[in-house]
Design a protein around this ligand. Structure first.
Ligand code: AHR
Length: 502
């Protein structure tokens, strides 16, 4: 039975905010060191940054990058990462049982962002620190000159302010693993007064309060309610984090991970709107989905913890998941879920960017290459323009252990009225059968197929590795045809497809 969907440019969900294609760089493993920064690498520039990585980050189409953590930030002293590099302290990183050299800090990272043309989204430490330190780093980063900390930044070689608009008030403060974790109420009070203080310096900042670190947290829902009741007037976004992996070989549920992401977003939006109603507020709270990905967390807990403090390594190989075709299909469907919620999810960060659960991998002194997940991200970032459209999708369902009956196909469309360009992104979750997809595009007027590209492999567990860097790539889908206003395309089993209509 073919799947059928109808596109109508009048049914607008919301504008596609470019910040949806954000990512995340944490001082974790080899994300910063050996990833973006490796002064001895043959492609290193005058700042010690790998030019091959810069080129791949640009190709990926990333727009904004959250930094410097993650769990790392909850024990981080931002002052350690500024000033003369040879005087910076080495510190224990309690989150990842590593040693932090502080060779890279705020100024180096901001400079790197100019090379990759990305906005900086900065997370302050509300784990071991608080309001004063948040104000200090805000003054250091954003005040032009004439104050102690802005002049210090200039003395450190960065005369121009970094002009950071988006600030995260801590990281995953609902998680018992987080340094400084407490109750929703205690966190919310700290976040509220920190937000108000930061706005006294600059009322136009965009502030993100911590939501849940996953929808499976026992406090999920109640955490959001308590935190938003305390901070509703002070912040602009509440965060969501979600990671997915196949559990006990249950690929059927894994392929339907976006169903969970949809429900997660809908629940957070419902909770935010409930608080809005109680407060008789006219303000709408947005979602910053500032950590999402496929992550084989079960592997990490088994092998990667290093317990002897004396030997906590610098930039160890941590969380270096190798992504398969199936992982990339799930990943592409998570992007579909984010786009589908464009009216409320206006910022998102793929966690992470280089080496650590990343679309880009590197070898010290050697190559940089694209993981399978690179392709759906790069294509979605480049093709999803204008607004998300509400789709009418009919298709068969299949049963999953975790989410019940789910559609075998998932899809989203974006439409750029000015450019006259439409993009459709679709996944086939079946592990065995191809699915014919019919797209009724007649409401778009006269269009032609611009491109049709599919990520698929006979082996859904195929991956790109150091020794086989181009095993998996996106190929043109030669089955796509337009006939009387209807596009027909075959979606192979376990595949992700992008089609443009112009
Ligand atoms: O991205 C890896 C980790 O996942 C982050 O440090 C943390 O915020 C989350 O639990």
């Amino acid at each position: 039975i073919p799947a059928h969907l109808t596109i109508d440019p009048h049914f607008v969900v919301g504008p596609v905010n470019r910040r949806l294609f954000g990512s995340f760089v944490e001082h974790l493993g080899r994300c910063v060191y050996d990833g973006i920064f490796e002064p001895t690498h043959p492609t290193a520039d005058e700042d010690g940054c790998r030019k091959d990585v810069v080129a791949l980050v640009r190709e990926l189409g990333v727009t904004a990058i959250r930094y410097p953590g993650g769990n790392f930030v909850s024990g981080y002293r931002w002052e350690d990462g500024v000033g003369p590099v040879d005087q910076r302290p080495r510190r224990l990183d309690l989150a990842w049982h590593s040693t932090e050299t502080n060779e890279v800090g705020l100024n180096e990272f901001a400079r790197w962002l100019t090379k990759v043309d990305c906005e900086l989204m900065y997370a302050v430490n509300l784990g071991t620190r608080g309001l004063q330190e948040a104000l200090d780093v805000l003054e250091y980063a954003n005040v032009r000159s004439g104050t102690a900390l802005s002049d210090l930044r200039a003395a450190h070689g960065s005369p121009e302010p970094h002009s950071i608009r988006m600030w995260c008030l801590g990281n995953e403060m609902d998680g018992p693993w987080q340094l400084g974790h407490g109750t929703a109420k205690s966190y919310a009070q700290l976040a509220s007064k920190t937000a108000r203080a930061m706005r006294q310096l600059d009322p136009d900042l965009e502030l993100v309060v911590c939501g849940s670190s996953s929808a499976a947290m026992p406090t999920f829902g109640e955490w959001e309610r308590v935190v938003l009741e305390e901070t509703y007037d002070d912040v602009d976004y509440i965060s969501c984090h979600a990671y997915y992996e196949p559990l006990a070989g249950d690929y059927g549920s894994f392929l339907a991970s976006a169903v969970d992401m949809d429900r997660f977003i809908d629940s957070v939006v419902a909770t935010a709107d409930h608080v809005k109603a109680i407060r008789r507020s006219t303000k709408t709270m947005y979602v910053s989905f500032d950590e999402w990905n496929v992550w084989y967390q079960s592997r990490y807990h088994d092998v990667d913890r290093i317990t002897d403090v004396e030997t906590w390594p610098v930039a160890p190989r941590l969380l270096e998941d190798v992504y398969t075709v199936m992982d990339a299909v799930v990943f592409g469907s998570l992007l579909i879920s984010l786009l589908r919620h464009a009216d409320r999810v206006t910022s998102a960060s793929l966690a992470q960017l280089v080496n650590v659960i990343a679309p880009i991998m590197t070898e010290p002194g050697g190559d940089a290459w694209r993981q399978t997940t690179f392709f759906p991200f790069a294509l979605t970032s480049s093709l999803a323009r204008g607004s998300t459209l509400e789709l009418k999708l009919d298709c068969r369902t299949y049963h999953t252990t975790l989410y019940g009956d789910v559609p075998v196909v998932d899809a989203v469309a974006t439409h750029d009225a000015d450019a006259g360009a439409t993009a459709v992104f679709a996944v086939n979750r079946s592990q065995t059968d191809e699915v014919g997809l019919e797209i009724d595009a007649s409401h778009l007027g006269k269009v032609t197929i611009g491109s049709a590209q599919t990520l698929h492999d006979e082996d859904p567990h195929a991956a790109n590795t150091l020794t086989d860097q181009e095993r998996v790539r996106v190929e043109p889908n030669a089955t796509a045809r337009l006939d009387g206003g209807v596009v027909r395309v075959t979606l192979p089993p376990v595949s992700w497809t992008a089609i443009t209509l112009v």
